[in-house]
Design a protein around this ligand. Structure first.
Ligand code: ZN
Length: 236
């Protein structure tokens, strides 16, 4: 709990780096679970390696592109609203500088400064870069460091792809009689790592998070394998 607050107080750099890392781990986790479910399901129905490769690759691309598109849209929307808030702040600073100075003073008082020190700090911050001061203290954003939607999109594309490659390779590389065991074991091990890492980065106790994550992946593979085996046996 204290770690993110501390990071926030220093401009949020550490905090936002941890958020990126956590998003990358979760993206990889998605790639592992959805591709594992897909290829294990197909393996339930057929031994054909090229069918497995086609399904796995299509799943990898569809998943990573859908993650990237979703991330692009959500970060763009967030950036639009941050830009609108900055525009409003810029107008307020131009039209009512006194009220804005008072506002900044009160916000700094709320953070624990005495009235006198808060006033002096607000004056100095306003003289140096009023918009940046209001953006940081009032809106909690850094106007020089708004998240780029393309970076966010690429990051989730790569994270999902990295995760998806594991079950894809695990199902197509080993000999037919081994492929399911190799895939299931490597997927469950990988989910242990991603579950542990994301819990650790989020300062949550890792034990239960790992268990949930591994159980979720195991359930996904069991369900799709069952469906695949039924369809395969029915000759669909
Ligand atoms: Zn303001």
């Amino acid at each position: 709990m204290t770690e993110p607050d501390h990071a926030e107080a220093h401009g949020g750099t550490l905090g936002s780096r941890l958020n990126w890392l956590r998003a990358a781990v979760l993206g990889a986790n998605d790639g592992i679970v959805s591709t594992a479910g897909l290829v294990v399901g197909v393996a339930g129905a057929t031994d054909d390696r090229s069918a497995l490769l086609t399904a796995g690759l299509a799943g990898l691309l569809a998943g990573s592109m859908s993650m990237a598109a979703g991330e692009y849209v959500s970060v763009s929307t967030q950036r639009d609203s941050e830009k609108a808030a900055l525009d409003l702040e810029r107008r307020e600073l131009r039209d009512q500088p006194e009220a804005e100075l008072e506002e900044l003073t009160e916000l700094l008082e709320d953070r624990g400064l005495t009235r006198q020190v808060a006033r002096e700090a607000a004056l100095q911050l306003t003289r140096r870069d009023a918009l940046k001061a209001h953006a940081r203290v009032e809106l909690g954003i850094d106007p020089d460091d708004l998240t780029n939607p393309w970076h966010a999109a690429w990051a989730s594309f790569l994270a999902f792809t990295a995760g998806a490659l594991l079950p894809l390779l695990a199902i197509v590389l080993p000999p037919t009689s081994w492929r399911l065991q190799v895939t299931v074991v490597s997927v469950l091990l990988a989910l242990t790592c991603t579950g542990w890492t994301s819990a650790h980065l989020g300062s949550a106790p890792p034990g239960r998070a790992v268990l949930r994550n591994v159980a979720g992946g195991a359930l996904a593979m069991a369900v799709t394998y069952g469906v695949g085996a039924l369809l395969g046996a029915a000759g669909v």
